[in-house]
Ligand binder design. Structure first.
Ligand code: ASP
Length: 347
């Protein structure tokens, strides 16, 4: 089934939790809140792409009942991780060029604590393993076999994540691609999706990045992906790299990214977006500047790649910008239950 139609159905079927918006005036202190000003309607959650609609609703269940942003983003990110129809996050993610499903994820909270896993195999919920890395180890990032060993010690079941459908897509890719990875090629060209799909179009993308602010005005973020389809075994993208795929500064705001991770790592994209917001840029403007920095590099051909940034500031304002048309993000708060917003873009 087409994912967009599936999600539309799912969002209607799952229903929504209605809650009264909490309005916090600039400069006021809510009990237990951070001291930074907050004058938006809180709580609020946003996430990348159309699968963010269903993910936001899971996060909203936490936020609308007074829960912590960290719990909300973990709950939300687990939705696409478990969705068998989604080939870009978690279980059923498209594999690397050797047919192995390797997952990347990171999570960061209002205290600046963070955890991540990269190139993790056989565990369906890398976002929850990332949280355990944050909370139960002195480390930030575990990779490969070490990450798997830790996950199993923590009681996560070891599973086969490659589904028959993903295997079929990989085998179709092998026939024509000469075992050579290329960016944004998940659907394009290999007979596993509609002909003519372009980088950044609705069916050719990966990561869910999710940002939330809770009723106390505290921010958290999560980012999880199976990464670039058909990548070299061992390739790690931006999603588990704190500062690249995800960054949260509870005094300023939070940012996350999707698209060609190598470009986002090169400009430490999410950290850059947050620092630009610190200098007074709006979330949208900060995302646009980060995209433009990528496009300034001589070897980057914007028409060939997609990168999108999504940001939320300390007031709960949300903005985004992408290289290509086709990027979308979803916002959920007490007023907007499942708004899917087309992202603005440079091309
Ligand atoms: N950023 C992800 C990666 O490079 C993939 C994507 O979001 O398209 O692994």
């Amino acid at each position: 089934m087409d994912r967009r139609r599936f999600l539309q159905g799912a969002s209607v079927a799952s229903g929504v939790l209605l809650a009264q918006p909490v309005r916090v005036n600039a400069g006021s202190a809510v009990s237990g809140a951070s001291t930074a000003p907050a004058d938006g309607v809180l709580p609020r959650v946003c996430s990348t792409w159309d699968f963010g609609v269903a993910a936001n609703q899971a996060a909203w269940k936490v936020l609308s009942t007074g829960g912590r942003a960290l719990d909300a983003v973990e709950a939300g990110a687990r939705i696409p991780e478990a969705d068998l129809r989604n080939h870009s996050v978690g279980r059923a993610g498209y594999p690397d060029r050797d047919g192995k499903v390797t997952l990347d994820a990171s999570i960061m909270d209002e205290n600046g604590d963070c955890g991540a896993v990269a190139a993790l195999e056989h565990i369906a919920h890398p976002i929850s393993v990332a949280r355990r890395v944050m909370e139960r180890t002195p480390h930030v990032l575990l990779v490969g076999d070490g990450a798997l060993q830790f996950a199993m010690e923590q009681g996560f079941p070891k599973e086969e994540l490659l589904t028959p459908e993903s295997r079929e897509a990989w085998q179709a890719w092998l026939k024509t691609a000469k075992y050579k990875p290329s960016a944004n090629s998940e659907i394009r060209d290999y007979g596993v999706g509609p002909a003519g799909s372009k980088p950044g179009d609705a069916r050719n993308h990966d990561t869910i990045g999710m940002l939330a602010i809770d009723a106390r005005g505290n921010l958290s973020g999560a980012c999880t992906t199976s990464g670039m389809a058909w990548k070299l075994h061992g390739r790690v993208g931006d999603s588990p790299i704190i500062g690249a795929g995800l960054y949260v500064d509870n005094e300023v705001g939070a940012a996350t990214s999707t698209g060609v991770g190598e470009e986002v790592i090169r400009n430490v994209g999410s950290f850059l977006v947050v620092e630009l917001m610190r200098q007074g840029r709006s979330p949208e403007d900060a995302c646009r500047e980060a995209v433009e920095r990528i496009l300034k590099r001589k070897s980057v051909r914007g028409a060939d790649i997609q990168v999108g940034f999504l940001a939320m500031d300390k007031r709960g304002r949300v903005g985004a910008w992408a290289i290509q048309k086709g990027f979308s993000y979803a916002v959920c708060d007490a007023g907007k239950q499942d708004a899917l917003i087309p992202g603005k873009s440079t091309y």
